[in-house]
Every structure is written in structure tokens, then in C-alpha cells.
Design a protein around this ligand. Structure first.
Ligand code: MSP
Length: 511
């Protein structure tokens, strides 16, 4: 059984922004964790290339949409490689195989009697690629997300009978596990309770899209096309792709992680489309919050957009991952503050975790011949071993519930308490009296062992820092042995050679 996790398929109107980096890093961390606990993960990401928004962007640039999409899609893929995102599939909705999936899906929905021709009148936001619900004074109303005027539409479109699925959707969203977090679920329950309206799934004024079979004036509405990217990604390399193949490949998705603004599409429209096509609905839709910068919404007009590439080149991956994973509670909005970013990098990573490893390794090398000391009491329960066990249990519970910030704080807490244990026991004083040597051995062993486990727990959160910790402890982590079994207390091997310590993370300056 596969574990399928997806990011949204990002619009290629521009290169990745901090919001897309945020979702992708969270998915990466979950995918890494699931692999470590032994699941067969399919981590799907990709780009949404069709529709009016992209067509207009290309026209403005004076290039063919395909040329524009090739360029930006390549940037997305390269960016994810630079961030060392462990994705398994990168889907482009302009892939040929994807069009055949969309066509097959459409046929199934049509065969269910859920497609009809109608007239679509309403106010449209091209930025959202979405009709807005009867805003007052629509001609002057600006989309709150894009701050742009809506456009009036009155055209013949094909419609999907969403209204037919009212009861089924109500039943699906009433299950607490389906939409998280709870507040977002309540918003959707409220929206659905007002009655679902059919929605249009084709356009006549957009040439940059997948043509609707037997309706040559129409292309598919970009959302009808893009959501299916999650399915065509599953077996994207098969020459002959079908929906049944995708089911064999593991559909339904275990979790769609998306921003709160696109929850309706994923938690209402998408499940109804899938039921109509005789397919299973995703197991969970998790709507995360929005990121602001220094308390302000980021926007081109405000000139305060934080370029993730700059963050990457200036600070590296680990500090940014730590901030996004540990400091923002998944589901809530988050604020990127430079001062806080520097503070937590220096305090948590450099001082608490980095320094703990550095000073303990130095003591061990100095007193025990550059090696991990012997500890005759490895299997004896002590304060640190019992705390470590509790933290591991909490961490696993938290990760399983997608409480990544709490899991990260469990690791940090363990590091704080390990420092306290060291300070309370003061091995640097005890060592002055030779008769204390067995106790000093035990203390240093315990601290190094706790640090080994801290490193292992950081593997899905900060993979690079984790590897550095492991290499400082003599490369004890074995990829071919289950990670969970390596989280057992007492596996640090006595007499392991400890390499010369170096700072595993550099402190940042405020600037
Ligand atoms: N193409 C659609 C998704 C189709 S999925 C089949 C789309 N693309 S998007 O590029 O506009 O948005 C991608 C994601 O970025 C969304 O989940 C959106 O919520 C998220 N974010 C956009 N701005 C954001 C922030 N400022 N902060 C966090 N996430 C934000 O929608």
C-alpha cells in the first residue's frame, strides 16, 4: 500500500514564492517521516499550466504559452532540487499523458449523466481562476486575494452537476478526519449547508487548455484539468495511462496539503467529481494557513515579497526549514520575521543542539581517548533515558497527527533537557577525581546517546543537520536498518571513534 501525499500543482505565472516553498517543505518533511517509518511513499508535486491566467501571462511576455510554461516549470523543478525536496513525481498538466486521463475522466462523468450545456453568467477572478459569489457592486469589487477587479462573464459552458452530490458531500465532510484543521472544516460545512450549485467545467474564450472531446469550441476549465494531475502523476511514465492504472498505483491520495484559499476545490468539488467518475475520494485534505512578512500581507504592489531563493542562498536549507516547520503551527497563519528567524536559528540550532554535541564530543575525546566511553549501565533506566523515551513517543504521536511543530518542539525539548542534565551533573568537576571515572563515563555516554537520538529525530525535519550530527558521532545511522528500531536507547556503540568536532551550524547575524 502506498502513502500518497501531494502539494498543490502550482500555477506557472511566476517562479515559486515563499507560500509554495512552505507547502512543499511541509510535504517533504511528512514524506521523509513516512518513508522512515516504512511506508511506500509517493510524494507528488508539479505545476498547473493551463488556463486564462497563464495564457495572459505568456501574451504579456510576448511568447507562446508552451514556451513560457517550459521555462517556469523548469525553474520550479530546479528550485525543488535546490531545496532538496524528496519528491517522487513532478507532474506538468501539459504532459500528453495527463490529457488522456482528463479525457477518460470526463467520459466517465458524462456517462454518469453529470454533464450538461448551460449558460454561465457571473463575476470571475482570473487570479483565482474562480467565479465569485454575487459580490455587491461587482464592477468595482476587488478580489481580496489578488486585489484586482473581477471580470463579467456570460457564455455557454459545460456544467458539472455538483448539486446532485449534496448529501454525499455532507456525509464526507462530516467525518472529522477528512478536513483539517477543525476551523477550516467548519467553514466548509457552513458553505455546503447553503446548498451546492452546479459549476462550469469548460471555457470558450481560453485556447490554452485541453480541448473538450466533441465540443471543439470548448477547452476544459483549468481546475477540472488540474485536479486530475494528482491522478495522472501516479503512473506518469506509463505509455498507456488509464484511471484504473492509477487505482492500481495507489489512488486515493492519503493527504492533499494545500492552502486555505483552495480548500473548496479540494474538499467539495473534487470529491464530487471523483464520486461521479466512480473513484474513491482522498482520505484527507489539510488546509494550511497563509504566510505574512513582518505582520504584512506579501504582495508585488507592496514591494515586500520575500524571495525564497535569497533565503536559500543566504542562510541555507536548515534554518528556513526549522522556522517553517517548528515555528508555525500547521493550519494557522504564520508570520516571517527576520529577528525571530535569526533568534531561533541561533538559540535552537546553534546553541542548544549544536553546542550540546560540540561540547560533549570534545569532553569525550579529551577524557576517553577520542572515543565514546564505556558505560556499564547502558541498559539501566536513568533520568535521561526515560525522558528520551517519552519524547520519542510524543514525537511519533505528533508526527502521525501532522503536528509537525509539536514534533519539532519535542526534539528541541529533549536537547534543552539534555543540556540541563549535563549542567546538573557537571562532569568537568567530577573528572578531577579519578575515582569518579565510571560516573563520568556514564554521564557522557548518556548525553551522547541522547544526542544520537536527537539527530535521528531530526532526520525528516532537518535532514542535513541530522547527517552532520550522525557524522560527528561516527556514522552510526544505518539506512538499511529500520529507523524506528534505531531509536532505541543504548545503541550508541562504546569505543566508537569520535571525529574532531566542528560547528554543525553557523550562527546568523542580524541584518
Ligand atoms: N494551481 C492552483 C492549485 C491547483 S491544485 C490541483 C493554485 N496554485 S497557486 O500557485 O496559486 O497556489 C498554490 C498554493 O500556494 C496554494 O495552496 C495557496 O494557498 C498557496 N499560497 C499562496 N500564497 C500563500 C501565502 N502567502 N502563504 C502560504 N501559502 C500561500 O492555487
Amino acid at each position: 500500500m502506498s502513502f500518497i501525499i501531494t502539494t498543490p500543482l502550482y500555477y506557472v505565472n511566476d517562479k515559486p514564492h515563499l507560500g509554495s516553498v512552505y507547502t512543499t517543505i511541509i510535504c517533504d518533511s511528512i514524506a521523509r517521516y513516512k518513508r522512515l517509518i516504512g511506508e511506500d511513499v509517493k510524494f507528488i508535486t508539479g505545476v498547473d499550466e493551463h488556463g486564462l491566467k497563464i495564457q495572459r501571462t505568456a501574451i504579456k511576455k510576448g511568447v507562446e504559452p508552451k514556451i513560457h510554461c517550459d521555462e517556469i516549470s523548469t525553474i520550479f523543478k530546479m528550485n525543488w532540487k535546490e531545496w532538496k525536496i524528496s519528491f517522487d513525481k513532478f507532474i506538468r498538466t501539459s504532459d500528453r499523458n495527463h490529457a488522456s486521463i482528463v479525457n477518460e475522466f470526463y467520459r466517465r462523468v458524462k456517462d454518469s449523466g453529470d454533464i450538461y450545456m448551460g449558460v454561465q453568467k457571473g463575476w470571475y477572478c482570473v487570479g483565482c481562476e474562480e467565479f465569485k459569489d454575487n459580490p455587491e457592486n461587482s464592477s468595482s469589487y476587488k478580489c481580496p486575494i489578488h486585489q484586482k477587479n473581477l471580470e463579467w462573464r456570460n457564455e455557454e459552458n459545460l456544467f458539472f452537476r455538483l448539486s446532485k452530490y449534496q448529501n454525499e458531500i455532507e456525509k464526507i465532510i462530516s467525518k472529522p478526519a477528512f478536513i483539517e484543521p477543525t476551523e477550516r472544516r467548519n467553514e466548509i460545512i457552513n458553505f455546503v449547508s447553503k446548498g451546492l450549485k452546479d459549476f462550469s467545467i469548460s471555457r470558450t474564450n481560453v485556447s490554452w487548455g485541453i480541448p473538450v472531446p466533441d465540443n471543439d469550441k470548448h477547452t476544459f476549465y483549468v481546475w477540472f484539468d488540474a485536479l486530475l494531475g494528482y491522478i495522472s502523476a501516479i503512473n506518469q511514465d506509463d505509455a498507456n495511462q488509464t484511471l484504473d492504472n492509477a487505482i492500481c498505483g495507489g489512488w486515493p491520495a492519503d493527504i492533499h496539503l494545500i492552502g486555505k484559499d483552495i480548500l473548496r476545490f479540494h474538499a467539495v468539488y473534487w470529491p464530487a467529481m471523483l464520486i461521479s467518475a466512480g473513484m474513491e475520494v482522498p482520505k484527507k485534505v489539510y488546509g494550511h494557513g497563509f504566510l505574512t512578512r513582518e505582520g504584512q500581507k506579501m504582495g508585488k504592489s507592496l514591494g515586500n515579497v520575500l524571495d525564497p531563493e535569497l533565503l536559500l542562498t543566504k542562510y541555507g536549507r536548515d534554518p528556513v526549514r526549522w522556522y517553517l516547520i517548528k515555528d508555525i503551527s500547521l493550519g494557522n497563519d504564520g508570520d516571517f520575521q527576520n529577528q525571530r528567524f535569526v533568534d531561533i536559528t541561533n538559540n535552537d540550532l546553534a546553541n542548544t543542539i549544536g553546542n550540546l554535541l560540540n561540547r560533549t564530543s570534545s569532553m569525550s575525546r579529551k577524557w576517553f581517548n577520542n572515543k565514546v566511553p564505556n558505560n556499564l549501565n547502558t541498559s539501566k533506566e536513568n533520568k535521561l533515558s526515560s525522558l528520551t523515551k517519552t519524547k520519542i513517543t510524543n514525537y511519533i504521536n505528533n508526527f502521525n497527527r501532522y503536528k509537525l511543530d509539536l514534533a519539532a518542539n519535542d526534539v528541541l525539548d529533549l536537547a534543552i533537557n539534555t543540556n540541563l542534565y549535563l549542567n546538573d551533573n557537571q562532569p568537568w568537576n567530577l573528572v578531577k577525581d579519578k575515582s569518579n571515572l565510571p560516573i563520568v563515563e556514564e554521564i557522557i555516554y548518556n548525553v551522547l546517546e541522547s544526542t544520537r537520538i536527537i539527530g535521528l529525530l531530526l532526520l525528516p525535519i532537518l535532514p542535513e543537520l541530522s547527517e552532520k550530527i550522525d557524522s560527528q558521532l561516527g556514522n552510526l545511522y544505518k539506512k538499511d536498518i529500520p529507523w524506528l528500531s534505531q531509536l532505541k536507547w543504548g545503541l550508541l556503540i562504546h569505543d566508537t571513534e569520535l571525529p574532531k568536532p566542528f560547528p554543525i551550524i553557523n550562527k546568523l547575524d542580524y541584518d
